[in-house]
Design a protein around this ligand. Structure first.
Ligand SMILES: Cc1cc2nc3c(=O)[nH]c(=O)nc-3n(C[C@H](O)[C@H](O)[C@H](O)COP(=O)(O)O)c2cc1C
Length: 381
């Protein structure tokens, strides 16, 4: 049997968290919920043991009580946040608006489904307890989507574990996993969300090791090898942005980079600005590298390429992301090539050792990059 990839991919990529487009008027038949649970039960399970239990809530009184619990944990906060952000151009505003809408209408959703699993996650001794239910929950969401229904994966109510257990008579040895508000969707034209491309978060043959293409076996410079390090910082985005655009700052932490100075005519981060970086390694002595700012998107990304902007020897990037709940995630990326750099001389002399030369160089870079982000973290926190 040939599977229609396009249809499967469409379902997988457009199963969104639906809140505002849940149809609160149209009844949902029990059979369609049971069909979706049957599909979800095909998901892998540890020990091939049937341990998932599904609670389907329709009773208006129970739904009202669930809605109250949800309101107390997070819904009230979401409604207040939505009202506060009203009219503001805040990146979280759409999700907050959507979450607040769900909080206000949870009791009116036709069906609320709560997947659970036999066992307690903590100290249960059960192999891969959560790992045996999460995938099933997601299958349930996709099966709903394929039929024109929708839901949102919500877990906030789990903070009210004992109230939830009492309300639904859930035994102590059962773990609740999520709460799915289920309804037909208003329209079915959902789109893929913007997510980080696989190339940026997929590491080949070692954590943090990225490639722009391939990699072949063994990896070559032509594959665009790179490395990324990251850390979560308990500081405001603006403070982290100020640190990463201070081009001289990494010299305090790196064992190789000794400093940088803006070239004549430039005195701060701007697209097209240039600076000169200075480095030192025992085997190489001191050397300087011309650097060209090729990304300057405040407060998201700051980066530069080296040697030749049209054919860089390397590309360096800082990226910052605000974290839900406060704080900032800082990523520091390096891509080698595609132009020549000091590395090429070594590779030309030892072409059969190309992959080893690349791996060793990236190991040194990675250690220094880690020192830099750890240093920035310590400084701004
Ligand atoms: C573990 C987990 C817990 C979540 N908890 C909630 C929740 O309590 N309330 C809510 O409205 N959404 C919750 N969400 C949904 C996310 O907020 C949602 O995935 C996000 O808004 C992005 O939407 P998208 O999945 O359509 O891209 C949760 C998602 C996950 C994976």
């Amino acid at each position: 049997m040939k599977i229609d990839t396009a249809t499967v991919d469409l379902a997988l990529t457009t199963t969104r968290a639906v809140r505002r487009r849940l149809d609160l008027e149209r009844p949902v038949d029990d059979q369609i919920i049971l069909d979706c649970i049957d599909i979800a039960e095909q998901a892998p399970t540890g020990g091939n043991q049937t341990s998932r239990r599904w609670i389907v809530v329709r009773d208006p009184e129970i739904k009202q009580k669930l809605a109250q619990l949800y309101h107390d944990v997070v819904g009230g906060f979401m409604i207040e946040a939505r009202d506060r952000l009203e009219g503001a151009d805040h990146p979280s505003a759409p999700v907050v608006r959507s979450a607040a809408h769900l909080a206000e209408h949870l009791a009116e959703v036709p069906v609320i489904v709560i997947p659970t699993i036999v066992g307690r996650h903590d100290g249960s001794g059960a192999p891969g307890l959560f790992d045996s239910v999460i995938q099933s929950g997601w299958s349930f969401c996709v099966a709903l989507r394929a039929r024109g229904l929708g839901t949102a994966w919500t877990t906030a109510i789990l903070a009210k574990g004992s109230e939830l257990k009492e309300l639904l008579g859930i035994p102590d040895e059962i773990t609740e996993i999520a709460m799915f508000p289920v309804a037909w969707t208003k329209g079915t034209d959902f789109r893929p969300a913007r997510r980080t491309p696989a190339r940026e978060i997929t590491f080949f043959d070692g954590y943090g090791r990225t490639y722009e293409s391939g990699p072949g076996t063994p990896a070559r410079m032509a594959d665009g090898p790179g490395v990324v390090v990251e850390t979560d910082i308990a500081a405001q985005l603006d403070d982290v942005w100020a640190a990463i655009t201070d081009i001289d700052l990494p010299a305090r932490f790196s064992d190789e980079f000794t400093g940088a100075t803006w070239d004549d005519g430039f005195d701060g981060p701007a697209l097209g600005a240039t600076f000169t970086g200075r480095n030192y390694l025992e085997v190489m002595g001191d050397w300087e590298v011309p650097c060209f700012v090729d990304v300057c998107q405040e407060p998201v990304a700051f980066g530069w390429c080296t040697s030749d902007p049209d054919n860089p020897g390397a590309r360096w990037r800082f990226e910052v992301q605000p974290l839900m709940g406060g704080g900032t995630r800082l990523l520091y990326r390096l891509l080698l090539g595609p132009g020549p750099s000091g590395l090429n001389t070594f590779i030309e002399q030892n072409p059969d050792k190309e992959h080893r030369i690349i791996a060793n160089r990236l190991r040194v870079h990675r250690a220094n990059m880690q020192r830099v982000i750890d240093g920035i973290k310590a400084q701004v926190e």
